[in-house]
Structure formats: structure tokens, C-alpha cells
Design a protein around this ligand. Structure first.
Ligand code: DPP
Ligand code: ZN
Length: 844
């Protein structure tokens, strides 16, 4: 497959003044009639008329009322057109029912729905399917469905038809159509200028009881975007539809967001606290896209992070305001390290603004999203909060209604702050995670910190230049008092020193507070110093970080057989757990251990070959030691975390439940599952029920609970996804592959549903000890299923193939076995472009 290059961008040959679409719905023979008014683009470099189209049967085409026979070519059609504005008309036929790729118009449980980002609209009709062609759309839908929806405002409807009008010019990737048997939760929102907006959350009959939380999250998001960014909603109605079969979490189609059911449906009985939190964040994310993505969109897909990085940053700010800032930041950084650092330090590393791609669907990555958000966070730290607000105001006024670039974005910051951000731009173009090593010097009241930065080579980028890194630093005195509050040190050189004078004693530094830059900090430190920071740091992120690095020191030493600072860790954790002044959610996070994947990468970075079983056993050993050390304390601490009020999915209650479950997980190692069984039996919400089930599975006492769980929730797809995932996540490593194989034979394993496939295989590749079991049977099983899924849903198959991305970390045997499987998948006849690109990159 041929790559597409950013450098080859040229403006569209024709612009569009208006689009009218007419849908005649039919499961296997939907007719789409399009009327498009084209105008030659004065900025064009060519007059060639090309429309994208894939899998369409052309029935008829006409220009200015005269039928023509266009030239059907690979990926679309060409035609001779007048050198003046003209009307294009076409009629095509498509088959939603047989569309299993879930791109374009498809069916999910008998309901019609669409997914057009990035390049799905070309599967609906012939069109210039590129984001820099923006147009207002009018849509008429004819069919038997009781509810028929599209973007914008409703115009009129009757028996068997409905008409919609979206006045805001938009790219085709934001088009949406939904038709089916749906019911709505209705609400309304009054905007800051007093306009009434109708809100509708559409679900299948039976799911009405799971819509209250999503609706509240939507209203909170609308209010927050007005208060914090001054952004008001711009249509008469805002709609969300929940769909069972969906490749992504959700999609920000103008005025008609389409959501994976997992990202919107919520109830205490069926959703965990983590589900509630994720749902709130995704609803906010998609709503915020209305300004950052829709009103201002991307010129081309190389600019994807322009909308995604910014919108993730905005949803992170929102969650921080709705919940606990400190806890949200720790969770965001953990996710960044778990997904983006893994990507950035392996064969799939790529720039936040890539230079080329083969299949754009492969670039909806943690780098584009989460690293993109970190870059914006850094910009804000560098220019300051007020300057950030001014820059954003300028961005919205300058680029509203446009398809913009990342360069436009940085330029707005330069113009509004008069800062030169030339070096900062490098963050967008240089892949890889910078390492920042720090050394210190102390003499005569002067404390000097010397930082050295370097970024390892990434595929296609051997040479790396220094980045502009904001280092948030504070200093603590020997008694634990802060002697220097947080300062932002701007590092721009490969090596740079910063000096602090007039100090009475050698300070303890707290570096990279609030994780001020997406880098790996390398600093040799003693267990005592880490424990000191865990006890005294005023920055909650670094306080947590101190506990995490101490845990990591212990685990690495257990793995390599060196002396582990176990006692220091256990006493530091005990002090922390007993500190009632600390938020339970924070304590729960500090009780968690670094992941197996994180440890594998750390060992690999240190020049060692990670052994997945040793890593797993080290974690078990440490948890056992923690349980025994805390034995006497556990009952009282757990009792303190009991929530007696009715269930609320808020941060306060969620924090108590999280800590309670963290402690139960320890107790479970001492009581053989007795407390977990008792909790399972009395749990009246999914958070506690699922936590207890996990512990029972871990204790190998889960059979009865699993059967009970299934009997209770058999008809609930989202809960059954949990039932599948839990068994994989909490399996003993030597059993994991067999359990996965058995689950794939279950009558409820509907593998064409992305959520169900991910429940099993996502959990599998996230369980390193199980996936990398020395027998290699896991690799083979996984490859079998990639081969099976690829022709049905290439997008999900390609995404899942990242399970193999860390193959070079491991020993020769495992490497050989993984390579064999990757090559086997790659050799599959007719393998999708999506999977070819991903596995090809992973292998090279
Ligand atoms: N639906 C995806 C998101 O919101 C792609 N735009 O990030
Ligand atoms: Zn997004």
C-alpha cells in the first residue's frame, strides 16, 4: 500500500456551496441521491474533478441536469466538468446490512447508523471526502423506521420521512444518520445568551433507565464550556444516540453525536465508578469537539492532533474541575505512561503531527490524543493561564469556520504572547519520549541542579534535537517544609544547570511536579528520600510519584534478585494509609503497584530482558508482603471506607470504594476469599460486585460467583463484556490462553461486536504474564483471531495487533514465536491495508 505524505498537500480543486442528500433506507439496497453545488476553488492548483467513493454502485450521475458517464477509477470517479459553478447529481446504492467494517452506513441490532471519520463518507456517496471541504447539509430520510435523525435542526417530518438542516458548514466526516426504533430522554439547556437548546439522548427501548447520568454530564459540559472557554452551543437541538456496535468510544458528528453504548449508558447496578468517570469524560470530549473540531476543523488528517490533543486537554480540565484535580492528573499520567510511552518507545512510535501514513484509522493513537494533550498542557504552563485564555480567544476568532493546521495553532500562541515558539514546535515533529537525567551539587548554601536531556531514536528518526521542556520544581527542607515553592525552569539545551542560593541546608528536590512535561525523569535516589517525599511533598502528583518509584525500586530489586528496600516501602505505605487527611482516592492510587508492562519497559530500558513470569511473581510477592504487614490495620481501614449513604457516582464515594477494594485485595491474600465472597453477596452496585468478583477469581474461588453474575446479567451486553474480561484479567498466567480459547467458544461470544472482541482479546493482551506465557500458545491463538477478524472489521483487527508491539523486548524464544505469528498474519491472502501497515511497522 502507498503512503500519503503531508508534503503533498494541495488545496481542493472545487469547493462546495451546499449539499442535499436523500436516503431511501433499505437493509441491503439503500439508495442515496446527492445534489452538490460545486464551485472552482480560486486557490486550487489543478482543475481535475475527482470524487472519493468506495463500495458504491453508481446508478446515475448528472451535471447541470444532463446525465453523464463518469470515469470510475480506483477509490472514486473522475469526470469532465464546467469551468464554472455547477450542480452535481448522483444516485448510488449501498448495503448497510452487510457492512461489518462499521464505517459508512451500517446496521447495529436492526438500527441504521453511520461512522464517517475519518474516511467513511465515501462509502455513502461520491464526494470530496477530505476535511478541508466544508459545506452546509440538508438531509431527507425516507424509510419505515419510527425515528430518523441527521445533523442540525429538524425541519419537518411525517409518516415515513424526516428532513434535517445543518446550517454550519462541515466536512463530510461529521455527517451522521441514525434510524431505528429508539426512545429518548428529553431535557433542555439554556445557553449563556438565553437560547433554549433541546437535548435528546436516544437509546433502545429498555435502556431508558441508564440515561440520567449521561444527560447530566452533557449539561455539565455545556455549562463548563461556556464558563471556562466562553463557547456557546450553536444549534436548536443536541442529540446523542447509543449504538451497540461501534469501533470507537464515540463520535462528535455535528449536533448528532453517536456513542458506543459503553461510553454513555450508566446505572449503579451495571456500571462501575470507573465507567461513570469515563462516560462523563467522553460525553464532555465529544461535546467540546463542537468548537474544537467542528467549528474549527482540520485541514487534513496530518493535523488530527489539532482537534484531538486540544479536546483531550479540555476534557481533562473538565474532569479535574468536576472531580479531584490531583486524582485526575495521576490517572491521566498513568494512562499516558501505560499507552503512549509504550507506543513512543516501540516500533509504532510516530510524531504528534505525522509526515506520512498509509491508513489514517491507524493514527487514532495515544500519541495523537494523549501526547497531543500534554503538548497543550506544556504550552499553558509556559505562557501562563491568562495568556493561554487570550490565545484561545484568538484561536476561536481567527479560525472559526476554517479547516486549520497545527502551524496555525502555534502561530496563535506566538501572535498573542509574542513568544518565539520555534523550538517548541519540535514537540510536534519529533517522536520519542525524552529522558531527562538530573544530578545535583551542594556547596556553601548554593544548590545546583544539572539536567541532561536526550531522546532515543525512533523509526525513521535517528537524530534527535533538544526539546523545550518546562520543569516544575520545588525544594523541601530537611524537616519537610517547603523552602522553595513550585518554579518553572525552562530547559532548552541538551544540558543545563539551575542554581538556587541562600539555602540553610541541602534541600530535597521535588522535580517535574504535576508531571509538567511528558518525559522520563532519571534520578538516582535513596529509599529514604522517596519515603520522605511521599510523606512531605506538597505537590500531590509528586507525592504519589514518590510512592510509585519506591514501589518500582522494590519490584525491580525483587525481579533482579538485588536487595529490595522492602521495609522502607512497607512503613512508608502504612503511614500514608493511616493518614486520614489524605483523600481516600489518592490513598487508593498510592496503594496500586506499577503495571507489569511498565516494569517490563523499565527493565528493557535498563538493558535487561524482562521475564513476564518473574515480573508477575514479584508483584504477587510484594502484595503478599503488604497484606501481612498491614494485617492488623486492614479491618479498621476497610470499615472506615464503608459508604452508608445511597450510591452516588461522585468522586468522594468512588474514592472510598476504590480504597476499600484496594484493601480487600490485600485481605483476600490472607483469608482465602472469605471477605470477597461476603462483599459479593451483599453488593448492591457494580463497582463493589465486580471488585469482589475479581478477588474471588484471583483466589480461584470464583465459579459460583461467575455463574451467579451471568444468570443475573445475561441480557445486558455491557455487563456481559465485564463477565468475559474479568475471567481473562484475573486468570493465573498458565491458564490464561486456555481460558481465552474457552471463552471464544461461548455462545455469547459475539466476536463481530467490537466491545465483545475487545473484552476478551483486549484483556488478553493487557495481561502480560498470561499473553507471554512461555508455551507461545497465546501468541498463536491471538494471531488466529486477528486473521479471522481482519476481513470483517479491519479497523479493530489493526488496532488489536498492537498486542505484538513489544515483541522485541523479550527473550529470543518469545521473539521468535511472536515473529512467526506476525509473519503468518502478514502472509494472509487479502489482508487489509490497516493490518498490513500496523504489522509491517511492528515487524520492522
Ligand atoms: N470519535 C473520536 C473522538 O472523539 C474521533 N473523533 O476522539
Ligand atoms: Zn476526539
Amino acid at each position: 500500500p502507498q503512503p500519503i505524505y503531508l508534503a503533498d498537500y494541495t488545496p481542493p480543486a472545487y469547493l462546495i456551496d451546499g449539499v442535499e442528500l436523500e436516503f431511501h433506507l433499505h437493509p441491503t439496497a439503500t439508495r442515496v441521491v446527492s445534489k452538490i453545488r460545486f464551485t472552482p476553488n480560486p486557490k486550487a492548483v489543478s482543475r481535475d474533478f475527482f470524487l472519493h467513493g468506495e463500495g458504491l454502485t453508481l446508478i446515475r450521475a448528472a451535471i447541470d441536469g444532463t446525465d453523464i458517464t463518469p470515469d470510475l477509477v480506483e477509490g472514486g470517479l473522475k469526470a469532465d466538468v464546467p469551468d464554472a459553478p455547477f450542480l452535481w447529481e448522483a444516485e448510488v446504492e449501498i448495503s448497510p446490512e452487510t457492512n461489518t467494517a462499521l464505517e459508512g452506513l451500517y446496521m447495529s441490532n436492526g438500527m441504521y447508523c453511520t461512522q464517517c471519520e475519518a474516511e467513511g463518507f465515501r462509502r455513502i456517496t461520491y464526494y470530496p471526502d477530505r476535511p478541508d471541504v466544508m459545506a452546509p447539509f440538508k438531509v431527507r430520510i425516507e424509510g419505515r423506521e419510527p425515528v430518523m435523525l441527521s445533523n442540525g435542526n429538524p425541519i419537518a417530518s411525517g409518516e415515513g420521512w424526516a428532513e434535517w438542516d445543518d446550517p454550519w458548514p462541515k466536512p463530510a466526516y461529521l455527517f451522521a444518520l441514525v434510524a431505528g426504533d429508539l426512545v429518548a430522554r428529553d431535557d433542555s439547556f439554556t445557553t449563556m445568551s438565553g437560547k433554549d437548546v433541546g437535548l435528546k439522548l436516544w437509546v433502545r427501548p429498555g435502556d431508558e433507565g441508564k440515561t440520567a447520568f449521561g444527560m447530566q454530564a452533557l449539561k455539565d459540559s455545556m455549562k463548563w464550556d461556556e464558563e471556562v472557554y466562553g463557547r456557546e452551543y450553536d444549534l436548536d437541538i443536541f442529540q446523542i444516540v447509543a449504538v451497540s456496535d461501534f469501533n470507537m468510544g464515540a463520535m462528535e458528528n455535528k449536533g448528532l453525536n453517536i456513542f458506543n453504548t459503553s461510553a454513555v449508558l450508566a446505572s449503579p447496578e451495571t456500571s462501575t465508578d470507573a465507567n461513570f468517570e469515563r462516560i462523563e469524560a467522553i460525553i464532555a470530549h465529544e461535546y467540546f469537539h463542537n468548537w474544537t473540531g467542528n467549528r474549527i476543523t482540520c485541514r487534513d488528517w496530518f493535523q488530527l492532533s489539532l482537534k484531538e490533543g486540544l479536546t483531550v486537554f479540555r476534557d481533562q480540565q473538565f474532569s479535574g474541575d468536576m472531580r479531584s484535580k490531583a486524582v485526575c492528573r495521576i490517572n491521566d499520567v498513568s494512562a499516558l505512561r501505560g499507552r503512549q510511552f509504550r507506543e513512543d518507545n516501540g516500533p509504532l512510535a510516530h510524531q504528534v503531527q505525522p509526515d506520512s501514513f498509509v491508513e489514517i484509522n491507524n493514527f487514532y493513537t495515544a500519541t495523537i490524543y494523549e501526547k497531543g494533550a500534554e503538548l497543550i498542557r506544556m504550552l499553558r504552563v509556559l505562557v501562563g493561564d491568562d495568556a493561554y485564555d487570550k490565545a484561545l480567544d484568538l484561536y476561536f476568532t481567527r479560525h472559526d469556520g476554517e479547516a486549520a493546521t497545527i502551524e496555525d495553532w502555534v502561530k496563535v500562541f506566538e501572535d498573542s504572547t509574542r513568544r518565539d515558539l520555534t523550538q517548541f514546535r519540535r514537540w510536534y515533529k519529533q517522536a520519542g519520549t525524552p529522558r531527562v537525567a538530573v544530578s545535583e551539587d551542594w556547596a556553601d548554601g548554593t544548590y545546583t541542579m544539572t539536567f541532561k536531556q536526550s531522546t532515543p531514536p525512533t523509526p525513521g528518526q535517528d537524530e534527535k534535537l533538544p526539546q523545550h521542556i518546562p520543569l516544575a520544581v520545588g525544594l523541601l527542607g530537611p524537616n519537610g517544609d517547603e523552602v522553595l515553592p513550585t518554579q518553572i525552569l525552562e530547559m532548552t539545551e541538551a544540558e543545563q544547570s539551575f542554581t538556587f542560593e541562600g539555602l540553610a541546608a541541602k534541600p530535597v528536590p521535588s522535580i517535574l511536579r504535576h508531571f509538567s512535561a511528558p518525559v522520563i525523569l532519571e534520578r538516582d535516589s535513596t529509599a529514604q528520600e522517596r519515603a520522605f517525599l511521599l510523606a512531605h511533598d506538597t505537590d500531590p502528583f509528586n507525592k504519589w510519584e514518590a510512592g510509585r518509584t519506591l514501589a518500582k525500586d522494590v519490584l525491580v530489586a525483587l525481579i533482579t534478585g538485588e536487595d529490595a528496600p522492602l521495609e522502607d516501602y512497607l512503613s512508608a505505605i502504612t503511614v500514608m494509609l493511616r493518614d486520614d487527611s489524605l483523600d481516600p482516592a489518592f490513598r487508593a492510587l498510592t496503594l496500586g503497584l506499577p503495571s507489569q508492562d511498565d516494569l517490563a519497559q523499565t527493565l528493557f530500558d535498563a538493558g535487561l530482558t524482562p521475564d513476564p513470569m518473574k515480573i508477575y511473581r514479584a508483584q504477587q510477592t510484594l502484595k503478599q508482603a503488604m497484606a501481612e504487614h498491614l494485617q492488623d490495620l486492614l479491618p479498621r481501614l476497610m470499615a472506615d471506607m464503608d459508604v452508608t449513604e445511597p450510591f452516588q457516582p461522585n468522586a468522594e464515594q468512588a474514592g472510598k470504594r476504590a480504597l476499600g477494594l484496594g484493601l480487600l485485595n490485600l485481605l483476600n491474600r490472607l483469608d482465602g476469599g472469605a471477605a470477597a465472597q461476603a462483599l459479593y453477596d451483599r453488593a448492591d452496585n457494580m463497582t463493589l460486585r465486580l471488585g469482589a468478583l475479581g478477588d474471588l477469581l484471583q483466589a480461584q474461588k470464583g465459579d459460583a460467583a461467575l455463574a451467579d453474575f451471568r444468570a443475573q446479567f445475561e441480557t445486558d451486553e455491557l455487563v456481559m463484556d465485564k463477565w468475559f474480561a474479568m475471567q481473562v484479567t484475573h486468570s493465573a498466567p498458565e491458564d490464561t490462553a486456555q481460558i481465552v480459547a474457552k471463552l471464544t467458544e461461548d455462545s455469547a461470544f459475539n466476536w463481530k461486536n467490537p466491545n465483545r472482541f475487545r473484552a476478551v482479546f483486549g484483556a488478553f493482551i493487557m495481561n502480560p504474564a498470561g499473553f507471554h506465557n512461555a508455551s507461545g500458545e497465546g501468541y498463536k491463538l491471538f494471531a488466529d483471531w486477528l486473521i479471522k477478524l481482519d476481513p470483517v472489521n479491519p479497523q479493530i483487527a489493526a488496532r488489536m495487533s498492537s498486542g505484538f508491539e513489544t515483541w522485541r523486548r523479550y527473550d529470543a524464544d518469545r521473539q521468535g514465536m511472536m515473529k512467526t505469528q506476525i509473519e503468518r498474519v502478514l502472509a494472509t491472502e487479502g489482508l487489509s491495508r490497516d493490518s498490513q501497515e500496523m504489522l509491517g511497522r511492528i515487524l520492522n
